[in-house]
Design a protein around this ligand. Structure first.
Ligand code: AMP
Ligand code: FE
Ligand code: FE
Ligand code: ZN
Length: 301
């Protein structure tokens, strides 16, 4: 049987539980043969993951997941980038800017939790972040430890995924900007977990939105995602087909402590097992990396 493909996962370089090396080893053990590391707003884990993939004998695609914001649409508007050059200067400077906004937001979250009578210590949150940029899951874990909530799920439901939270959240770039940066860094841009978008009355419809993003350079849609029902997957596959976008598959694995139900490669209770084993986007990614390798070989002669 051909191995699994999983193009969406997180390491300790952002808010995942495992180091890039541990993550790649686990993915390989779970039967994943093609994987992409897609940490939030950072390329810091890619080098380590690439080396680990080489040792484990699995195909590795350097990736990123960028948080964006579109007027009239709420929810997680995330753009995945595949085959990016990790050291691309413009991408790195955008990541640095996003990291700065994150650390400023972290200060607002400490104040917000204090106001809600659930203060957490910066040391505890920083320990969970382990030197990486601080994200909401790190706060959620500290809130569980302090006994304010029983689970991370409850921390999000009651405190970190609420309208009051979004009032203090950071300002994010427009998805068109993230798509352009990813494309300029040699990558292919894909819209992550489309079912997590909530269209307000002012928002365009799905087809117009995807057309607009495609004009900006979008190449694909994450149609197979751990939490999607077969109906959701079918709907996004039909949209991708109609608009000429690649179909991708991703678990969004963060580790059992952070998202307990999600398994690498297979999703929730095997929800990703129906994904096609041959994804056309992989051929384009191979072609891109082959031509880059050729260009750098030519550059060296
Ligand atoms: P941040 O980038 O710091 O705003 O945090 C975003 C991360 O928090 C996501 O990638 C998820 O890992 C997690 N997250 C966001 N919303 C929820 C939720 N409702 N339940 C559990 N985890 C969530
Ligand atoms: Fe995350
Ligand atoms: Fe996401
Ligand atoms: Zn993700």
């Amino acid at each position: 049987m051909k191995g699994l493909t999983d193009l969406h996962m997180h390491s300790t370089a952002s808010d995942g539980q495992y180091t890039p090396e541990q993550l790649v080893e686990r993915a390989a053990q779970a039967g994943v043969q093609v994987l992409a590391l897609t940490d939030h707003d950072t390329t810091a884990g890619l080098e380590e993951a690439q080396q680990a993939a080489l040792r484990a004998g699995v195909a590795f695609i350097p990736g990123i997941e960028m948080d964006t914001e579109y007027p009239g649409i709420s929810g997680n508007f995330h753009i995945l980038g595949y085959g990016i050059a990790p050291e691309d200067p413009t991408l790195l400077s955008l990541c640095r800017e996003l990291a700065q906004q994150r650390s400023q937001r972290a200060l607002r979250i400490f104040a917000y939790l204090e106001q809600r009578k659930m203060p957490v210590s910066p040391a505890a949150v920083e320990a969970y972040a382990g030197g990486a940029a601080i994200g909401r899951p790190h706060f959620a874990r500290a809130m569980v430890d302090a006994g304010y909530v029983a689970t991370m799920r409850e921390a999000f439901d009651r405190v970190l995924d609420t309208p009051e939270f979004y009032a203090i959240d950071r300002k994010k770039p427009h998805p068109g900007k993230a798509i352009q940066e990813i494309t300029a860094a040699g990558g292919l841009a894909v819209l992550a977990h489309p079912a997590q978008l909530h269209f307000g009355p002012e928002a365009p419809d799905w087809t117009s939105l995807l057309r607009e993003l495609k004009d900006a350079g979008l190449k694909g849609l994450e149609c197979y995602y751990s939490t999607f029902s077969p109906q959701e997957t079918a709907r996004y596959c039909a949209l991708a087909d109609m608009l000429g976008l690649y179909v991708t598959v991703g678990s969004d694995f963060h580790g059992e402590k952070i998202k307990p139900d999600i398994q690498l490669g297979t999703g929730i209770h095997g929800s990703l097992l129906k994904a096609p084993r041959e994804l056309p986007i992989l051929r384009e990614l191979e072609a891109v990396s082959a031509s880059k390798a050729q260009a750098s070989a030519i550059g060296k002669t």
